[in-house]
Design a protein around this ligand. Structure first.
Ligand code: R5P
Length: 283
């Protein structure tokens, strides 16, 4: 049985369809005081797959409620987008390692279970789970879609060193060249990028990253690459967090198209990770 949390209903439906498994009927509400309410209406099987991204604090509470409902069952937990993944270290004294705190809160429900993440921002987060944990890579799915678009002499670029491995995987799937930019984060919304000579004149560029949040990183990279003579600039990201006016920023910067996965259900989520998740669940 597949249980789709409120942040992952469409993805859960797609996974259930691929696996031919029942999709549980659930009810999610918010009380007037802001507290969350969850009910799994369908009687539970002994083996349960819960699929719920946690882009907001409320989504994390819904996930805890689902795990509590499923206590005693064999649980496979899929967190396609794991919120707080960028708080993977203690950067300043007195700060929590929030990604660890989230895993610690989930662990008691997963004694007999397993966890699947998708392109987790920092793989070190997996070590905070006390059960079998796998990090699934959606890069080949994005690359496959890009490949079908027949781009002109494409080059794959990572906007910072953190996404170089992803860009390399994509470049090898596309049989294209690969390079990276040097990003410095100035604030939560602003970044700067050192100019770097990359052979982009007259070529189509695809910038790969694990996530687009405020869009600041991608907008800065698009502007730089277009100034350097790129023909068309495409974005490929696994997690379209897209806060505030991120989409406007990207299109104002001159992006040709944004491709993202359905780890978060947004208008740009045109590449589904359902086959990847279904395959991992089957083992
Ligand atoms: C950072 O290390 C991540 O890989 C992304 O580059 C970053 O989170 C994107 O954030 P934003 O869209 O706010 O620049």
């Amino acid at each position: 049985m597949i249980i789709g949390g409120p942040a992952s209903q469409l993805l859960a439906g797609r996974v259930a369809a691929i696996l031919g498994q029942e999709l549980a009927l659930c009810d999610y509400k918010t009380f007037p005081d802001g507290e969350s309410y969850t009910q799994v209406v369908t009687p539970l099987d002994d083996e349960i797959v819960i699929i719920q991204s946690t882009p907001t604090d409320q989504d994390l509470v819904f996930l805890l409620q689902l795990l509590d409902v499923c206590q005693g069952k064999k649980i496979s937990l899929v967190i396609p987008y794991f919120g707080y993944a960028r708080q993977d270290k203690i950067f300043k004294p007195g700060e929590p390692m929030t990604a660890r705190a989230v895993a610690t809160a989930l662990n008691p429900f997963l004694k007999n279970g397993r966890v699947f993440l998708v392109n987790i921002h920092a793989p070190s987060i997996m070590s905070h789970f006390q059960c079998e944990t796998k990090n699934l890579d959606a890069t080949p799915l994005l690359a496959e879609r890009i490949g079908s678009m027949k781009l002109h002499d494409p080059v794959v670029i990572s906007p910072d060193k953190g996404a170089v491995a992803m860009a390399k995987t994509a470049a090898s799937c596309l049989d294209a060249a690969c390079d990276y930019l040097q990003k410095t984060r100035l604030s939560g919304t602003e970044v700067s990028m050192a100019p770097k000579e990359i052979e982009v004149i007259g070529r189509d560029v695809v910038i790969f990253d694990d996530m687009i949040a405020t869009g600041g990183t991608m907008a800065t990279a698009i502007t730089l690459l277009r100034q350097q003579g790129a023909r068309k600039v495409y974005l490929a990201a696994v997690h379209p967090v897209l806060t505030g006016s991120a989409v406007l920023k990207l299109y104002r910067s001159g992006v040709e198209a944004v491709l993202a996965c359905d780890t978060l259900d947004k208008g740009v989520s045109t590449v589904s990770v359902a086959p990847l998740i279904a395959k991992a669940i089957k083992g």
